[in-house]
Design a protein around this ligand. Structure first.
Ligand code: G3H
Ligand code: 13P
Ligand code: ZN
Length: 314
């Protein structure tokens, strides 16, 4: 299946524009109809390019055919600037499979491998993907936190700026995810004062001017959702994200893709908890899923405008 038949695009043009105009393309994770429809509506209403990110576990949850049916149902055209991206692909086979079913971009995550093995894996994937005009992202450095239902890193290491040119040249990848202090999940920071390592970002950008860089683990963990969750029976003490000002600052460097999953999870959970708690007699899933979906929509619009700066870019 050729992704162009879905009206999808790879990341080449959208990243070139993002770098030239200093904004980031949002990569929002989805895993069902509600999350997908909220994200696409937010992107369309703000005239923003968008990367629809699907983890391996989310793909397994939806199933290939249902996912393809939903993408088909979006009635995309390439002027919509929508990319379907495999997030944290764990093997060459997972990337091949994604490309076969219509993804226009894949991430091969060899970040926990030794440098040479990471290079070899990323090069193999990039060579294969490029035959189909599919973009490839790889990662150098290790983020802390939960990356996938099956992997949880407790250690992290920043990307070494001295490695990046070698890595990009040896692999032929189209974008590079770097570790500068972000982490996956809802518990990223001990205090609001913790800063990302902009010195490392500057050093990497200096080595790789005009090359697309990616930030994973970049949810800002909006506190109003955390409060709603806790007010209605949840227990998420000390959930804290990356300050929006720091993310905006990163978009002024070469960060042209910002990954957000946890914020949508919080938004959705807040809506479901609030509806169930305030309307205990209600048992219509469209009501509680509906508020979850609306919360994701509102949050994506807000982040597109106030963090990514990607509104009105198409
Ligand atoms: O960074 C990865 C995402 O948050 C995916 O998580 O495997 O639970 O869908 P998941
Ligand atoms: P968050 O957990 O910060 O939303 O990160 C998501 C991510 O990096 C997906 O790849
Ligand atoms: Zn990630």
């Amino acid at each position: 299946m050729d992704y162009k038949d879905f009206g999808l695009v790879n990341t080449k043009k959208i990243f070139a524009d993002a770098i030239a105009r200093h904004y980031a393309v949002p990569a929002f994770n989805f895993y069902n109809m509600e999350t997908l429809s909220a994200i696409i509506a937010a992107a369309r209403d703000t005239h923003s390019p968008v990367i629809l990110a699907v983890s391996e576990s989310a793909l397994k949850y939806m199933g290939d055919d249902l996912l393809r049916g939903m993408i088909w149902g979006l009635n995309l055209h390439d002027r919509d600037a929508v990319t379907l991206h495999l997030d944290h692909g764990s093997s060459f086979e997972a990337c091949v499979h994604a490309i076969e079913i219509g993804f226009s971009s894949v991430m091969i995550d060899g970040s926990k491998l030794p440098f040479d093995a990471n290079v070899n894996l990323a090069r193999t994937v990039a060579e294969y993907a490029h035959k189909y005009d599919v973009s490839t992202e790889a990662e150098l450095g290790i983020l802390a936190g939960i990356e996938d239902e099956t992997t949880h890193s407790t250690t992290s290491s920043y990307t070494n700026p001295d490695d990046v040119v070698n890595f990009v040249n040896a692999t032929g990848i189209d974008s590079l995810a770097i570790a500068i202090g972000t982490s996956h999940g809802a518990y990223k920071r001990k205090s609001d004062d913790e800063e990302l390592r902009f010195d490392i970002l500057d050093a990497i950008a200096k080595q790789l001017p005009d090359f697309p860089l990616v930030l994973h683990g970049a949810s800002s963990i909006p506190q109003h959702f955390v409060q709603t969750i806790n007010e209605y029976g949840g227990k998420m003490t000390n959930a804290r994200g990356i300050a929006p000002e720091q993310l905006r600052r990163a978009t002024q460097k070469n960060i042209c893709k910002i990954n957000v999953d946890s914020d949508s999870r919080l938004a959705f959970t807040a809506g479901v908890r609030e509806t169930l708690a305030t309307k205990p007699e209600n048992f219509n899933p469209r009501d509680y899923l509906g508020l979850g979906r609306k919360n994701i929509y509102d949050n994506c619009v807000d982040e597109i405008k106030n963090i990514m700066g990607s509104d009105n870019k198409i």
